[in-house]
Design a protein around this ligand. Structure first.
Ligand code: NAD
Length: 289
């Protein structure tokens, strides 16, 4: 297939490599010459603009930082006289409301927009083991499914457009709240004299367990390694999507609102590009542990 790809960052580049590895032709665009250079080295044809990456392709993927950037890219593509791609699969994490708006914009040009956020991180993108949460019409999902299977292991058609972003938003809401709670709980435990190994061994088998306990303690917290992983800035954005969506529904979400402030504190400390476990360092410093 001839595939367009906009956004070749931490997720987009390994996804592009998986698609190239499966024998597809890839026309790619990224504002960063370094990212574009890496995709070119992997066999992609680099286009000078996003519009050109969509012009001569059958389907288009986007993997972009936020909805404002997705919108600007879509406006450029949809404003062109001729658009080759008939399906746009947006892998970015955005609010369901944004996805529905983008679907209307695309439909006005006869193009199907699908929100297809992913989970599984950079490692999952490289290994082709992402979870793909697709929202959009059945026909477009069936057409895209073989491509989703190239990049992911669990491929789910969640429902109409917006549904994929919705389930991703709820998942990342819980991730952010779990991380914020774990940062407090682990420092509280340390303060009363419990070792990290003890807390890990017991809690991973007990009712307080979560992805943070099972995965983040051994891979980040225990190693005191906060580089890579899932960035504070990205989780801050994802929590913000949930807080904003709840506000539109006049629904109080005090857990999420508090977690946002904890992520804000981590950003103020300069941990924005570090893994979300760096929240712990704020409470360690506060409590001198
Ligand atoms: P990233 O910042 O590493 O990559 C984004 C890329 O988009 C960059 O290369 C940037 O140069 C490019 N870009 C920005 N504006 C552009 C524009 N106008 N035109 C073309 N390219 C542009 O981000 P990422 O970690 O790859 O995340 C991408 C999306 O996937 C985000 O929505 C994120 O929330 C989501 N996500 C990330 C992870 C993760 O672990 N990193 C996991 C799941 C989902």
């Amino acid at each position: 297939m001839r595939i367009g790809m906009i956004g070749l960052g931490a997720m987009g580049l390994p996804i592009a490599k998986r698609l190239l590895g499966a024998g597809h032709e890839l026309c790619a665009f990224d504002l960063s010459p370094r990212a574009a250079g890496e995709a070119e080295a992997a066999g992609a044809r680099i286009c000078p603009t996003a519009g050109e990456a969509a012009a001569d392709t059958e389907v288009l993927f986007c993997s972009l930082p936020n909805a404002a950037i997705v919108r600007s890219v879509l406006e450029e593509i949809l404003g062109r006289e001729s658009i080759g791609a008939s399906v746009i699969a947006d892998l970015s994490s955005i609010a369901p409301e944004s996805a529905r708006k983008f679907s209307e914009m695309a439909a006005a040009r006869g193009i199907t927009y699908m929100d297809c956020p992913v989970s599984g991180g950079v490692g999952g993108a490289a290994a082709g083991t992402l979870t793909v949460m697709a929202g959009g019409p059945d026909q477009a999902f069936l057409r895209m499914r073989p491509l989703f299977e190239t990049i992911g292991r669990k491929i789910c058609h969640i429902g109409p457009v917006g549904a994929g972003s919705g389930v991703k938003m709820v998942n990342n809401y819980l991730l952010g709240c779990n991380m914020a709670a774990a940062a407090e709980a682990l420092v509280l435990g340390a303060k009363i004299g419990l070792g990290l190994d003890t807390m890990y061994e017991i809690i991973r088998e007990s009712s307080g367990r979560s992805f943070i306990i099972e995965n983040k303690i051994p891979n980040f917290i225990k190693k005191r390694s906060f580089e890579g992983g899932f960035a504070v800035d990205l989780e801050y954005k994802d929590l913000g999507l949930a807080v904003e969506t709840a506000k539109q529904l006049s629904m109080p979400i005090p857990m999420g609102s508090t977690a946002v402030q904890m992520f804000e504190a981590a950003r103020a400390k300069g941990f924005g590009r570090q893994d979300i476990t760096s929240l712990l360092k704020i409470w360690e410093e506060l409590m001198d542990t």
